[in-house]
Write a protein that binds this ligand. Sequence first.
Ligand SMILES: Cc1cc2nc3c(=O)[nH]c(=O)nc-3n(C[C@H](O)[C@H](O)[C@H](O)COP(=O)(O)OP(=O)(O)OC[C@H]3O[C@@H](n4cnc5c(N)ncnc54)[C@H](O)[C@@H]3O)c2cc1C
Length: 295
Amino acid sequence: MKELEQFGILEKDISLKKYNTYRLETEASYVLHPKDVGSLLSFLEFAQQNDVPYFILGNGSNVIFSDSKYEGVIVKLDLLNHISYEGQHVTVGAGVMMNFLALEIIKNGLSGLEWASGIPGTVGGCIFGNAEAYKTSTFEYLTTVTYIDKDLHLIKKEKDKLSHGYRTSYFKEHPENIIIEATFTFPKGTKEQSLELIRDRLQRRLSTQPLEYPSAGSVFRNPSSELASGKLIDDLGLKGKQIGGACISEKHANFIINIGGATGKDIRDLIKLIQEKVKEVYQIDLILEQETKDW
Ligand SMILES: Cc1cc2nc3c(=O)[nH]c(=O)nc-3n(C[C@H](O)[C@H](O)[C@H](O)COP(=O)(O)OP(=O)(O)OC[C@H]3O[C@@H](n4cnc5c(N)ncnc54)[C@H](O)[C@@H]3O)c2cc1C
């Protein structure tokens, strides 16, 4: 599809290994990086008129791809990466990485994203799933979100008009909308205190999570604030259980890691096994936090 080149940087028949944190080897016909919002809108119009399948990908840190080739366009918003300041209000493109933003705002005397320093997701992806750590979520300091709706209108909405909860948001409930920009209002902070907090958070992650292996973070939501999925899986003796190249981490039972050559099917089969065992023993339905992309 020659026409796609006009909308931004285009990669053809490409491995998606570098575009998902599980490092699955799936391929796609196209990966498009739109130059700006205008190019994204033009692409969406073209896709609607020509029935071109597409989906929006952030940093691929919460998805489990199918093993078959994606015969469509994966749209990565990494070129929507502007950051601008107006006092404590910070406006960022949806493609900015949250862990980068956490460090960036500190340089401008702001704080409030220390919790996100270990989250390898984009602003768009983190708003979509309301990413959270250490009891602070993405919506905490969010003020407004600008997005494109299914009729290709640009809409700007205040946080209060956008539903959100534990690992969910209006955007997860209405995935036809595409987040392009967000404004946060952060509290003032001091560089030393923020960096100290970030060091502490990263240290805690390093000691409890298998960061040396590809993964997509926690696999399941916690059934309640008192009950951790990792504990249930650990108590069933499932740590180390392996299917193909996918393995339940010995370090953290709510992580599935790719120990080499894992396929999307290996991960899905391991998820199914965990869900069946937990249901059988505890009568609890574990809900997936990660998203399977089946095409
Ligand atoms: C080591 C590790 C640690 C992690 N720790 C945490 C943690 O502590 N807390 C936590 O909540 N998560 C954690 N995660 C999971 C993940 O990083 C987050 O869920 C993150 O928010 C996903 O962002 P992403 O850009 O990678 O989204 P992707 O995985 O690329 O996409 C996820 C979904 O969001 C949609 N989406 C992405 N961008 C947009 C957009 N601009 N507009 C509309 N829809 C969009 C996609 O279509 C997809 O449906 C961790 C992951 C890893 C690998």
